[in-house]
Design a protein around this ligand. Structure first.
Ligand SMILES: [Ca+2]
Length: 655
């Protein structure tokens, strides 16, 4: 009897400071997760930047908890997002590569997050949540035929999907260049040219009677020329049509997508999703297309920042985050909503040209960037949680945390206690609420593709965070700080230098990983290498175990993990290509009338954008049935070097 009286009182005390009613305490919380693509940690005000304006993101941090050692499980989109969604290293789902290509390149490929995988969305869906993904997916689409949608967000627990099944990339905007197998495109172009030239020469020789050229040889060269042209032209010259599409649930609603209006549409969809589901528990993953190149050119933000188009884009992101926060607050949901802000990995250092300048993000004092699985700049990202009434405002957590922690954290908060598979993440709530001081991530492993690039150890008896690198990328040009000759660093063969013994750093004293520790400078040198070596062994043993085929631990069926990044799964297959219209004549434009009155006229910096309810119905509860040249780094101007020691974070905001 006494406990039945005390329980609500205790709950009210725990939420003191907020305005949570008794009814709301019992209610499962909502989740608004916001992920930016390729955002550098050094570009956010609350992480030390003082030249790009991010007041709305900074506000989330000042009203919530800021993580200073938040780590992506991989330095590139597809593997990082696979790990984020599943709470497990991407190698467990086969979303890793042993070669150059480490992300999905075609929507018409068959690779993707396997149907056997379980995402946090799927778990929450089973707990009665309405789940939505607005924005970028980039985890595959079809397996065997067009429309099977085996990798589609709807199949992975998102009851509503609106956005990019692939990603925003340069090929989406004519004139911005290409991101896809550029060397192969050049080779195929040259081969086509060579065959065509050979054919023309032979025809001339035959017509002029200089030599007896067989007609069969001419036919053979003609067919070879046509085949080479088809292999080159069809997949690569129509990349905008093949990859740059918008889907609403299972339907392609725009192909190719109109990039200019994308920010407005994605924000409107995110806000409408929150409004539609304000009365019952929901999960929204708002996966912004921003920051990835080609950078948006929204007139309202053009030229406003001090860092060109990249800075303009980031200030637009910040404004969008502000509008989402406003929506949550205006519906009185803030005290029952966990908001989260992060990036899928570090900024792309090598993305720059002479016309626009630096187009990729800046990773502050951390070495390296996107595609570098070992160096901190590739994997350390912003991590902000905001939940007024539950989380202490202004708290900073310096302990190691991972994007993979979201999976167990959301499960815990949704009261999901059903058996699950091996997880590589940990519930963050004890750390966020200050109930524990130490992270459960004693060890953390850092993959570059399928290879273990580095590992960190946070000894229980020390403030140090030791990190070893088993190999490091070979920068090109030498000493450039990035792989400017290849645009991204690779993880294998001649592109890396192996280290035996591994390079060792203490991130606490040397966050820029500039001063390797040696046996004569670090008394615990041998012990550190030994501890990490054993941890790696234990981790690798867990990879060898067979995986259950679904999310039920009681299942006895087992499947072997299939590599999703092999050439045969990555390359374009016409019969897998999503298409509105009759393939190959794909093309459609979304009826954007329900966005009018919101974005197109009111997309103004600093002005509120009132959204009218959508005029066309959206189904949140989806039925599974179907309707049907590098720039020299010398030219690079760092935004904010912030080269202090790791402990400088402990001094708080630099602004
Ligand atoms: Ca990315």
């Amino acid at each position: 009897m006494r406990s039945s009286v005390l329980a609500p009182l205790l709950s009210l005390l725990l939420t003191a400071g907020g305005h949570v009613t008794g009814e709301e305490v019992d209610k499962k919380p909502n989740f608004v997760l916001m992920m930016v693509d390729d955002l550098g940690i050094g570009d956010i005000g609350c992480y030390g930047n003082d030249t790009i304006r991010s007041p709305n993101i900074d506000r989330l941090a000042s009203e919530g908890v800021k993580l200073t050692q938040h780590i992506a499980a991989a330095p590139l989109c597809s593997p990082s997002r696979a790990a984020f969604m599943t709470g497990r290293y991407a190698i467990r789902s086969g979303m890793v590569s042993t070669g150059r290509v480490q992300v999905l390149l075609f929507l018409g490929g068959s690779g993707g997050l396997p149907p056997s995988e379980t995402t946090f969305a799927k778990r929450l869906q089973q707990q009665g949540y309405t789940t939505g993904l607005i924005g970028k997916w980039h985890l595959g689409l079809n397996c065997e035929h067009r429309g099977d949608h085996c990798h589609h967000p709807n199949q992975h627990g998102f009851s509503y999907f609106y956005g990019l099944p692939f990603t925003l990339f340069n090929d989406c905007v004519p004139g911005e260049g290409s991101d896809v197998l550029v060397n192969l495109q050049h080779s195929l172009y040259n081969l086509t040219l060579l065959l065509g030239l050979g054919l023309f020469t032979m025809v001339c020789v035959r017509v002029l009677g200089l030599y007896q050229v067989s007609l069969w040889l001419l036919v053979l060269f003609f067919l070879l020329s046509v085949a080479a042209a088809a292999v080159w032209i069809v997949p690569f010259k129509f990349l905008q049509t093949w990859n740059c599409i918008i889907m609403r649930n299972q339907d392609v609603v725009e192909q190719p997508m109109t990039v200019e209006t994308l920010p407005q549409r994605l924000l409107a969809e995110a806000q409408n999703f929150i409004k539609r589901n304000a009365d019952h528990p929901f999960l929204l993953l708002f996966s912004l297309a921003h920051i990835h190149t080609p950078l948006f050119k929204s007139p309202a933000f053009a030229g406003r920042s001090r860092h060109g188009r990249y800075g303009d884009n980031l200030e637009e992101v910040d404004w969008i985050i502000g509008k989402v926060t406003e929506t949550v607050d205006s519906l009185n949901l803030s005290n029952n909503t966990l908001m989260y802000f992060t990036s899928d990995h570090g900024g792309h250092l090598e993305d720059s040209d002479s016309l626009i300048g630096q187009k990729g993000g800046w990773n502050g004092k951390y070495k390296g960037g996107k595609a570098m699985g070992g160096w901190e700049g590739g994997i350390r990202v912003p991590g902000i949680f905001r939940w007024p009434g539950r989380l202490t405002a202004g708290k900073v957590v310096d302990e190691p945390t991972s994007l993979m922690d979201l999976y167990p954290t959301l499960k815990y908060l949704a009261k999901d206690t059903k058996p699950d598979r091996h997880s590589d993440g940990f519930n963050l709530m004890p750390l966020l609420e200050g109930k524990v001081a130490r992270s459960e991530h004693t060890f953390m492993f850092h993959y570059c593709g399928a290879y273990m690039n580095a590992a960190r150890w946070h000894p229980p008896d020390s403030g140090s965070i030791f990190k070893v690198h088993f190999f490091t990328p070979n920068f090109s040009p030498l000493g450039a700080g990035g792989c400017y000759n290849t645009k991204v660093c690779f993880c294998h063969g001649e592109y890396v230098t192996q280290h035996r013994p591994p390079l060792l750093f203490d991130l606490y004293h040397d966050p820029s990983e500039s001063h390797p520790l040696m046996p004569d400078t670090e008394p615990r040198y041998a012990e550190i290498l030994e501890q990490i070596s054993r941890a790696v062994e234990r981790h690798e043993q867990t990879l060898e175990q067979k995986e259950t085929s679904n999310d039920s631990a009681s299942s006895t069926e087992t499947v072997r993990v299939q590599n999703q990044m092999t050439w045969d799964r990555i390359l374009w297959r016409p019969w897998l290509q999503p298409c509105c219209g009759t393939f190959p004549f794909c093309g459609c434009k979304e009826n954007a009338t329900h966005f009018k009155g919101f974005g197109f006229r009111m997309w103004r910096f600093g002005h509120g954008a009132e959204i009218r309810p959508a005029t066309q119905p959206h189904r949140d509860n989806f039925s599974t049935s179907r309707k049907q040249s590098p720039v020299s780094p010398k030219g690079f101007k760092p935004r904010n070097l912030n080269m202090g020691a790791e402990r400088s974070h402990r001094l708080g905001n630099r602004r």
